[in-house]
Design a protein around this ligand. Structure first.
Ligand code: GTP
Ligand code: MG
Length: 189
């Protein structure tokens, strides 16, 4: 599919009807700083549609991007950022859980992003379990694959595979654009 238009619609910090307008939603979820916002930019081929930062905790709300006036890419805040206060953590955890579990939003696909270099953390496994329990349609991305040495590549991907089970993993990099075609065809069909 060609992306003809991509527009920021709004940021949501609590239950909001606009998320339930019936248009399909494709949500990006993962640890803080794993590269969720960058992946959205890479997919739509714009450098600054979603705001990114080298400082974890950049995205603090649920950001909706309307693509081709027909579906949403949803940029979620990241989990697991140690330097956020306990209240901050709790607010973000509740927001993510509301969106995934209690809102009436039906995500067509949830893209769970793992840092290829860091591997699958406990928080990632916890999130994967929650998504599986809800029977969500999950796509797993191993991001920042450019950081993995060629000699480590196979071993590192196998390690990730062992921890995520049956799911297919798409190696990806916003730096080198590895995996753009694969991820696009998986989620934008
Ligand atoms: P939060 O909004 O804080 O949850 O982070 P995020 O997951 O949206 O990450 P973001 O896209 O802001 O990227 C975080 C940092 O990682 C930035 O400095 C990016 O430039 C960098 N980054 C993102 N993708 C890649 C990648 O594929 N390779 C490399 N080497 N760096 C990347
Ligand atoms: Mg972000």
């Amino acid at each position: 599919m060609n992306i003809r238009s991509a527009k920021f619609v709004k940021g949501v910090v609590k239950a909001d009807e606009l998320l339930e307008d019936g248009k399909p939603q494709i949500a990006f979820i993962g640890r803080s700083n794993v590269g969720k916002s960058s992946i959205i930019n890479t997919l739509v081929n714009q450098s600054d549609l979603a705001r990114t930062s080298s400082f974890p905790g950049r995205t603090q709300q649920i950001n909706l991007f309307l693509i081709n006036k027909s579906f949403y890419l949803i940029d979620l805040p990241g989990y697991g950022f140690a330097r956020v206060s306990r209240q901050g953590h709790e607010r973000i955890r509740k927001l993510i859980h509301w969106y995934l579990l209690t809102s009436h939003c039906e995500q067509k696909i949830i893209v769970l992003i793992i840092d290829a270099n860091v591997g699958v953390t406990d928080k990632d496994s916890e999130m994967l379990k929650i998504l599986e329990k809800q029977n969500k349609n999950i796509v797993i991305v191993a991001n920042k694959i450019d950081k993995i040495k060629k000699t480590e590549y196979k071993k590192q991907l196998q390690k990730i595979q062992d921890l995520v089970g049956k799911h297919n993993i798409i190696p990806f990099s916003s730096e080198t654009r590895i995996g753009v075609k694969e991820l696009s065809s998986e989620i934008l069909k």
